[in-house]
Design a protein around this ligand. Structure first.
Ligand SMILES: NC(=O)c1ccc[n+]([C@@H]2O[C@H](COP(=O)([O-])OP(=O)(O)OC[C@H]3O[C@@H](n4cnc5c(N)ncnc54)[C@H](O)[C@@H]3O)[C@@H](O)[C@H]2O)c1
Length: 464
């Protein structure tokens, strides 16, 4: 029972990855009875033991609290899940295929398992597609396949789209207190159930068609990616003009028509969503005879940003051959251990290809990056050392590159400067206060901070 005395809504989560776990915990925190299932036994075990499989601020504490409350349980099969849930949320991966089109095989597999499990269960159920899928997928693929497998008629099985907008780094907040809920369904009963399930969240619920809801998700990500790419272009211009991109964009973002979030320059966007979603959106739009030039441009600018970062490093260090570079921050952004599409990977690859020796550090993503590097190193194997302290990373370095702005890096210690052979920091996020560390002898070159042209004029000799 909920505090109000009505029975708790029964939620099922299929796929306990970053998004599925946070979603399940969000529902549990609002009093729902949640059951979760993942194909990977190690993920099920970890969650059952109250240990978060992912490093993300607040996630472990919320998981322990909800395991203690008994509102989050893990089950061993899809059949157990459909027995204990009325609304089942599909949270499985939807990666990009080789041509940029979405790879629907994990979703198809989950739908098959769920359809078979539903055949043996009684009572109305709703299946909700929460994974990011190209517009049309819920109605043209998920609903018919579920009906075929489960042998259920529409009266016994509601289908809906309910895209998720949480961001890694602020997942717990976003899952517990979303700004809006977007629901796409043609089934009134499914909509009523979703309204009831989401009522405790207190966020506005926007009801659309399934393809409309799916398009909201892609449009949001395309717009956010465009904001990042736009900020990166302004940063390049600020460097030429000797202006500071943060001061400029803070003033721009204070216009409520624009807004400050995601208007931040850096090494380019990474993470599991933006690139794959933009590529999928661009590919699907082309199939429909529409060119989404803005999404294509956001991707192209993001690629160029990598070249810009490398140009910045070369301008400060000169030839990279035999140079020791410390790379601080390997996750795709601070606050997470997620290294999917992290910019740290292509940066290391390019640095080692030009003959540098790299030492990488990250407060949370070291193990994940090690596994990624083992897969992707190619001929760079042996030229990257992953170390567990900033001191080790900086020992004898010819330059340091700050890729993800973990708070510990911004509290730069004078001791770190002394470890370096040439105390130059390329601060891709402008996390370190230049004035504060100047006494220690550290030269900080912030991307977009307006000092790049000066380094170039000095002939790339270290900028000191
Ligand atoms: N990560 C995010 O920040 C985020 C935000 C919004 C939307 N999304 C979307 O959510 C979806 C999931 O993303 P993620 O980052 O959580 O992925 P993830 O890879 O972290 O997690 C997916 C999980 O699903 C499991 N899985 C795969 N097939 C399954 C099956 N048949 N049955 C049960 N479990 C299965 C995997 O073992 C894995 O644990 C994607 O579509 C993504 O685009 C992600």
């Amino acid at each position: 029972m909920t505090r109000g005395g009505s029975p708790a809504v029964r939620v099922g989560i299929v796929g306990l990855g970053y998004m599925g776990l946070a979603t399940g915990l969000g529902f549990a925190a609002h009093g729902a009875s949640v059951v979760g299932y993942d194909v990977k036994p190690e993920i099920r075990r970890s969650i059952e033991l109250g240990r978060s499989p992912y490093r993300e601020s607040g996630l472990g504490a919320l998981l322990r609290a909800q395991r203690r409350s008994g509102r989050l349980r893990v089950v061993e099969t899809p059949r157990d899940l459909v027995g204990a849930a009325d609304g089942i949320f599909l949270c499985v991966p939807t990666p990009a295929g080789p041509t940029g089109r979405i790879d629907l095989r994990p979703l198809e597999g989950a739908v098959r398992d769920l359809g078979s499990a539903l055949r043996d269960t009684r009572g109305y159920r709703i299946v909700v597609v929460k994974s990011t899928v190209v517009p049309g997928t819920t109605e043209s693929l998920v609903a018919p396949e579920l009906r075929r497998r489960s042998k259920r008629r529409p009266e016994g099985l509601g289908v809906a789209s309910n895209p998720e907008f949480l961001a890694e780094g602020s997942m717990v907040h976003d899952a517990v207190s979303p700004e809006r809920i977007v629901v796409g369904t043609r089934d009134a009963r499914a909509l009523a159930w979703l309204r009831r399930a989401y009522r405790p969240f207190g966020a506005p619920i926007l009801a659309l068609t399934p393809s409309g809801a799916e398009l909201v998700k892609y449009s949001s990500n395309a717009f956010l990616a465009l904001k990042v790419s736009f900020a990166n272009e302004v940063a390049r211009l600020a460097d030429r003009l000797g202006s500071n991109v943060d001061e400029v964009l803070e003033a721009v973002g204070r216009d409520s028509r624009i807004g400050p979030r995601f208007l931040r320059a850096g090494p380019g966007f990474g993470g599991s969503c933006f690139e794959k979603d933009l590529r999928a959106l661009a590919a699907r739009s082309r199939e429909l005879g529409v060119r989404l030039r803005s999404a294509e441009a956001a991707l192209r600018i993001n690629e160029e940003q990598l070249a810009y970062v490398l140009g910045l490093i070369r301008a400060a260090v000169g030839s990279l051959r035999g140079k020791r570079i410390a790379l601080l921050g390997l996750a795709f952004k601070a606050g997470t251990d997620d290294v999917r599409e992290t910019r740290a990977l292509p940066i290391v690859q390019r640095l080692v290809a030009e003959g540098a020796l790299v030492r990488g550090h990250d407060p949370g993503a070291l193990d994940n990056f090690r596994r990624l590097w083992q897969r992707e190193a190619g001929r760079g194997r042996g030229r990257l050392d992953l170390v567990s302290s900033v001191d080790e990373a900086l020992e004898g370095a010819d330059a340091a590159v700050l890729q993800a702005d973990w708070p510990e890096y911004s509290r730069w210690s004078a001791r770190w400067t002394r470890r370096m052979r040439h105390p130059v920091l390329l601060d891709l996020r402008r996390a370190v206060d230049r004035e504060r560390v100047a006494d220690s002898g550290l030269t900080v070159i912030g991307l977009g901070a307006g000092v790049f042209p000066r380094i170039r004029r000095h002939g790339g000799g270290g900028g000191r």
